[in-house]
Ligand binder design. Structure first.
Ligand code: PHB
Length: 369
C-alpha cells in the first residue's frame, strides 16, 4: 500500500460541495485585525498574503470574517468585501493560496448589535430588536459599552440580504472558491435565530420558522448568486459568546438544518459547545446534525489531533477545523500528520498590527534547524 492510501482519512482528499480539497483539515476563520483601515478596510498587504500563503497546507482555508457593509463591522481593522478596492485586495490572497495547492472560501459577516458607532463610521449598529448585548466594543477610543441597536425594518432586512448576495458575488470575483455565511457566535444572523436577542412580532420573529427566515433568505440569495455547492454556513447552537442564548436550541437549529438540506448547500461548520471554551455545553445533539445534514459536516472547537483522527475515522465529521493552532503553527497539517509538537499561540499578538505573532511563527523545519 502506498503511503498516501495508508494515511489516516484526515489527511486524504475529499470534496466539500463543489470544492475539492487535498485533506480534511480546515483553517477556521480568525479575526486578526490587520487590514488597511485608513484606506477603507482593505486586505491584501504583502503581510496578509504571506500569512495566508504560509497556511495553505490546510485542505480548505476559511478567511477571517469579512464584513458585507460598513455597519457590519465590529472590530478594528477587519477587512470588508463590499467595495471594489476590497475585492482587488483579496485577489493576491486567493491567488497565493491556490498557487500553494489549497482552497479558500470567504467568511461573509455582519456583526449586527456587536458594534459601536466608533467602528461603523458613525452609523448605529443594527439588530432584530432593541436589545443591547452586555459587553464592550474595542475601538480606537478604548473599550465602549455596546449600544442599544437600531431595529431593522423589513425594507432594511431586505437590504442586508442583498448585501450578503453582493458579498458572495464579490467573493467569486476575488477568486474565492465559495463563501461561508457567518451564522454563529451571536452576530447578526444568530441574533435573529436565537430568542435572547429576537423579540420581533412580525414574520422575522416569534416562531422558530420566523426566526430562521432571515438566515434562509440570505442562504437563498447567496445560493442564487454563486451556486449551492460553493456555500456553507457556520453555526453555534449553544454558545454563550456575545451574550446570546436560546430557550430551545435543538428545535431552532434542528429546523434550520432540515431547511438547509432542501437548499443542498456544501457544508455546515459547527462550533460544538462554547466558542473557544468548554465543549460540554448541553442543549444540542451534534451527532443528530451530522446524521441529518446531507452536505459536509465540518466540526470545530477544541479538537486535538486524536479527536480529529477519531472524528473522521468514525464518520462523526467530514472535516475538522482548527483556529488557534493554525495561528501558531503555519505548517499544522505536517505537524498533525507526523505527530510533531505544536507551538502555543500568544494571545497578546492576536489583534495587534504588524508581523509579530502573525507571519513569524516558525514551521517545524525552521525551528528544528
Ligand atoms: C473576534 O474577533 O473575537 C471574533 C470574531 C468572530 C467570531 C468570534 C470571535 O465568530
Amino acid at each position: 500500500m502506498s503511503a498516501t492510501s495508508s494515511a489516516p482519512k484526515l489527511f486524504q482528499p475529499t470534496r466539500i460541495g463543489d470544492i475539492e480539497v487535498a485533506n480534511r483539515i480546515v483553517m477556521a476563520p480568525l479575526t486578526r485585525s490587520r487590514a488597511d483601515e485608513a484606506r477603507g478596510d482593505i486586505p491584501g498587504s504583502a503581510m496578509n498574503v504571506e500569512y495566508y500563503r504560509q497556511r495553505s497546507n490546510a485542505g480548505l482555508i476559511i478567511s477571517e470574517g469579512t464584513q458585507v457593509s460598513p455597519v457590519g463591522k465590529g472590530y478594528m481593522a477587519t477587512p470588508g468585501i463590499y467595495s471594489a478596492a476590497q475585492v482587488e485586495g483579496w485577489k493576491p490572497i486567493t491567488q497565493a493560496v491556490h498557487a500553494a495547492g489549497s482552497k479558500i472560501v470567504a467568511q461573509i459577516w455582519h456583526v449586527g448589535r456587536i458594534s459601536h458607532p466608533e467602528l461603523t463610521g458613525g452609523a448605529q449598529p443594527i439588530a432584530p430588536s432593541a436589545v443591547a448585548a452586555q459587553g464592550q466594543a474595542y475601538t480606537h477610543q478604548g473599550k465602549l459599552d455596546l449600544p442599544v441597536p437600531h431595529v431593522l425594518t423589513q425594507a432594511e432586512i431586505a437590504e442586508v440580504v442583498q448585501q450578503f448576495r453582493q458579498a458572495a458575488a464579490h467573493a467569486i470575483q476575488a477568486g474565492f472558491d465559495g463563501v461561508e455565511i457567518h451564522g454563529a457566535n451571536g452576530y447578526l444572523i444568530d441574533q435573529f435565530l436565537r430568542n435572547g436577542a429576537n423579540r420581533r412580532t412580525d414574520e422575522y420573529g416569534g416562531s422558530i420558522e420566523n426566526r430562521c427566515r432571515f438566515a434562509l433568505e440570505i442562504v437563498d440569495a447567496v445560493v442564487a448568486e454563486i451556486g449551492a455547492g460553493r456555500v456553507g454556513i457556520r453555526l453555534s447552537p449553544v454558545t454563550p459568546f456575545n451574550d446570546l442564548s436560546d430557550s430551545d436550541p435543538q428545535a431552532v437549529f434542528g429546523h434550520l438544518i432540515e431547511q438547509l438540506n432542501s437548499r443542498r448547500i456544501a457544508f455546515i461548520h459547527m462550533i460544538e459547545g462554547a466558542t473557544g471554551g468548554p465543549r460540554d455545553v448541553p442543549g444540542f445533539d451534534y451527532a443528530w446534525a451530522r446524521q441529518h445534514f446531507k452536505g459536509a459536516y465540518i466540526a470545530n472547537n477544541g479538537y486535538t489531533r486524536e479527536m480529529a483522527l477519531d472524528a473522521i475515522e468514525s464518520g462523526r465529521a467530514d472535516a475538522v477545523s482548527f483556529g488557534r493552532p493554525f495561528i501558531s503553527n503555519p505548517d499544522l497539517v505536517k505537524r498533525l500528520r507526523e505527530n510533531l509538537p505544536l507551538n502555543q499561540p500568544n494571545p497578546q499578538t492576536f489583534y495587534t498590527p504588524g508581523p509579530e505573532g502573525y507571519i513569524d511563527y516558525p514551521t517545524w523545519d525552521q525551528q528544528a534547524r
